[in-house]
Every structure is written in C-alpha cells, then in structure tokens.
Design a protein around this ligand. Structure first.
Ligand code: SF4
Length: 304
C-alpha cells in the first residue's frame, strides 16, 4: 500500500467506528494529516474528552494515552504502538518518589505532566510546560519539589525567586543532549535566524534563546513573528510541521539529538492495524490510579 492509500483507509475506518485520532506534534507529518486534533499532550486529551467519539487513538507516548483515559474514563483509549514510552515519564518510580519526599518534608510535589499516572497519584499538582510558572506561583506552598525535569524546574524557579525549589535529577534525554557548542555553531551558520527553545533543554543552552516556551508556544511565536528564519530548539518534527505551514520561511533543526525515537516508533501502519482491531493496546488503569491521578490533574486545572 502507498502512504496516501493507508491514510485514506484510516480516515474511512475512524469515521465508520466513530474514533477520534489525536496526534502529538512530535509525530511525523503523515500522521498529523489523519488526525482530528494535533498539538501538546494535555490539550489533546481535553479536546478528546469534549468530543462525542466512542474511542480515542493517542498517537504519542504512553503517559499521554493514560492522561487521555483519565480525562475520558467512559471512552476506550488505545496506544497504537504499545512500545511507545517516554524515558522521562518513566524514570522515577513511586517508591523512589516516596523516598525523595521524605528528604523534603513540607514541600509541595509538582509533577510535570510527562509522568506516569501512577506517579501522579503521589503528587500535589501537575503542570504543563506552558502552565508551570503560573501554577507554581499560585500554589500556597513556598517550597516546591519539582519532578522529574530539573531543566524545566530551573526555568520555573528563575521566574519565582521568592520560592524555594528542590529538583529530581532526571529530564528528557533528547532535549538535555543539546550542547552549548552546537547551539553556537547553529547560530553562526544562520546569523539572521531567531532561536526558539523548549525549557526542557539545559539552562546554559536555553540562555542563548530568543524565545523559550512550550511546543505550542514556539508554534504560536512563529505564527505571530515577522522574522523569516528560525532555529528550532525542540523535537525535530516541529521543524517539518512549521516548514509545511510556512513554506515561504526557513526553519533549521538545532540538533540531530532532538529527534525523539520514542515518538517516531508509531507508524501509519500501527494506526491502521489498531483501527482494524489487530494491533495497539487498550489503556486500562485501576480505579485507584484513575482517581489519584485525576485529583492531581484537576488541581492543575483549578490553579491554571
Ligand atoms: S521528547 Fe523527551 S519528553 Fe518528549 S516523549 Fe521524547 S523522551 Fe519523552
């Protein structure tokens, strides 16, 4: 089958079965083309929860499909490729977090949304990269234990100097791999380009950026900017999507390291097979996990 033929079959099957397809922005463009909604993980889950579809296919990684299930408990949710995990979301276990909490008594535990639903049951509130600063600012607590990404945590802490922060030494292996040296090289190669970066990159690298924000923030920045050239300091699919949206502008990847293979493991054939009932995994969570994680997410909505 050719790509266009598979896409056509996917569109036919999802309509026939009343299934909504979500595609995270780090998926390839051929997957975005068959999706009902595209964007950041939390926004996608909210959109799907408001849809009258009977089932949801989350093209992204496992924690995203779990968030989807928590916000749409009455719908069936599938992860088209069950091996699609996120190393950052899965790098801290519940037991390790309990030990960490003992070291920081009196601290509010703030979890990046990129965590497993099981881990969220042990946290006070979760945040997205777009809402992290505002939510940490609005929390009653003066002391915050930020997990699992210390880079996003430092970015938040810098903007709220009146609060005390502690961090877990984790993070996104893709964004954290970008070096200052390659950032200087990219800037020298494209002196007229603006550098847009995700706060999951290390603080010393983020210091070079003209704009720092979430994936959605970066895409909106480009939409509003009159600049002609941009170096993109987040997952490399964003370079591709932006180039499709603005063919008259130029977009350059900051680093090859910013290609997330966990995101790329999902293919059109996985989606096709999942829709046919011959692949993928239905996300099933225990009621305890659903309730505990939902509380953590609800707190984010209240504060955000
Ligand atoms: S880019 Fe980083 S945080 Fe996002 S899915 Fe890949 S490993 Fe996880």
């Amino acid at each position: 089958m050719k790509i266009a033929e598979i896409q056509e079959e996917i569109l036919r099957l999802k309509k026939e079965k009343n299934i909504c397809i979500l595609a995270h922005a780090y998926q390839g463009h051929e997957i975005l083309e068959v999706a009902d909604y595209t964007g950041d993980s939390y926004g996608l889950s909210v959109q799907a929860s408001k849809s009258d579809c009977e089932g949801i296919l989350m093209c992204g990684v496992r924690f995203m499909a779990e968030t989807c299930k928590i916000l749409s408990p009455d719908k069936k949710v599938w992860l088209p490729n069950p091996t699609a995990g996120c190393p950052m979301a899965e790098q801290l276990t519940v037991e390790e977090l309990r030990e960490l909490k003992k070291k920081y008594p009196g601290y509010a535990v703030v979890a990046y949304i990129n965590t497993t639903s099981e881990l969220k049951t042990e946290c006070d509130v979760c945040v997205t990269s777009a809402s992290a600063v505002e939510i940490c600012r609005r929390l009653d607590h003066d002391k915050i234990l930020f997990i699992p990404d210390p880079n996003l945590g430092h970015f938040v802490a810098e903007q709220i100097p009146e609060k005390t922060f502690a961090f877990y030494n984790g993070g996104c292996p893709r964004h954290a791999a970008v070096t200052g040296e390659e950032t200087e090289k990219a800037k020298a190669a494209h002196p007229g380009a603006l550098l847009l970066m995700h706060p999951e990159c290390r603080p010393e690298v983020v210091a070079y950026a003209d704009y720092v924000g979430s994936t959605t923030g970066i895409m909106s920045y480009v939409e509003k900017s009159e600049a002609e050239e941009f170096i993109i300091g987040t997952e490399n699919s964003i370079v591709e999507h932006l180039q499709f949206s603005y063919p008259e502008k130029r977009f350059y990847p900051l680093s090859v390291a910013l290609t997330c293979m966990d995101m790329k493991v999902t293919t059109l054939m996985d989606i096709y097979n999942c829709l046919k009932g011959q692949g993928g995994e239905e996300i099933l969570l225990s009621q305890d996990i659903m309730d505990g994680a939902e509380k953590c997410i609800r707190r984010m909505v209240e504060l955000g």
